[in-house]
Design a binder for this molecule. Structure first.
Ligand code: DX5
Ligand code: ZN
Length: 218
């Protein structure tokens, strides 16, 4: 089996107490860090100095999700900051193949994200350039939105292409992941699940992570 990886999003954590919030998700597979620039998405979160501080505050791998314009220019800095993976949006990258190669040359896994209405087909020939493909299951910008089932067929098509080509690319979903929707996303072929409100909205985030991890197996 592909396995189920849970990446809590600190977007739903208390930004004034990040170190404590990171200590509440010790059983996570990585911590998902949402960088927003108020241009690519209508919201502003954090940037490089905070990612560097998070890097020092946890031993968890950092899964950085860049929702910023001009990703070509800024993404390599996040690889330099020690992120395990850096994910840029295809819609915001001028030269995605060159950028993916640059991220790998900086020692990071190269991730590429697609908004819900962006087709995956134009990118199927560049899968070998990637370590991670993120299919957004909400419009990027905010936590707490409902999962878009309309993305499920795209997840299935991406899974078929990945299995057919044999390239080892993680298939990540982000947005509206709950104990309910994670089953549909896993059935469609996703194997990495970002969860913000489902983890940090819970009384016990580590128990919520365990419940999400076991949900698709039930
Ligand atoms: C949304 C972010 C997500 C967000 C998910 O643009 O990319 O990572 O934190 O939050 P939930 O799990 O609450 O939908
Ligand atoms: Zn995200």
């Amino acid at each position: 089996s592909r396995g189920i990886h849970i990446h809590p999003s600190i977007l739903s954590a208390d930004f004034a107490r990040l170190a404590e919030e990171l200590a509440r998700i010790r059983n996570a597979d990585a911590v998902h860090v949402d960088v927003m620039d108020n241009h690519f998405v209508p919201n502003l979160t954090l940037g490089l100095p905070v990612v560097q501080a998070i890097r020092r505050a946890t031993e968890l791998p950092l899964d950085v999700h860049l929702m910023i314009q001009d990703a070509d220019r800024w993404a390599p800095d996040y690889a330099e900051a020690g992120a395990e993976s850096v994910t840029f949006h295809a819609e915001a990258a001028g030269a995605p193949i060159r950028l993916a190669r640059e991220l790998r040359s900086h020692g990071a896994k190269a991730g590429m994200a697609l908004k819900p209405a962006t087709a995956v087909e134009p990118y199927l020939d560049m899968l070998e350039e990637l370590d991670l493909l993120l299919l957004m299951t909400v419009e990027p910008g905010f936590g707490g939105q409902p999962f878009l089932d309309v993305v499920l067929p795209k997840i299935r098509r991406a899974r078929e292409a990945l299995d057919g080509s044999g390239v080892p690319v993680a298939l990540q979903v982000d947005g509206g992941v709950t104990r309910d929707t994670i089953m549909r996303a896993a059935e469609a072929g996703a194997d990495v699940f970002v969860a913000g409100s489902a983890v940090y909205g819970a009384e016990d985030p580590e128990a919520a992570i365990d419940e999400l991890r076991s949900a698709p197996l039930r």
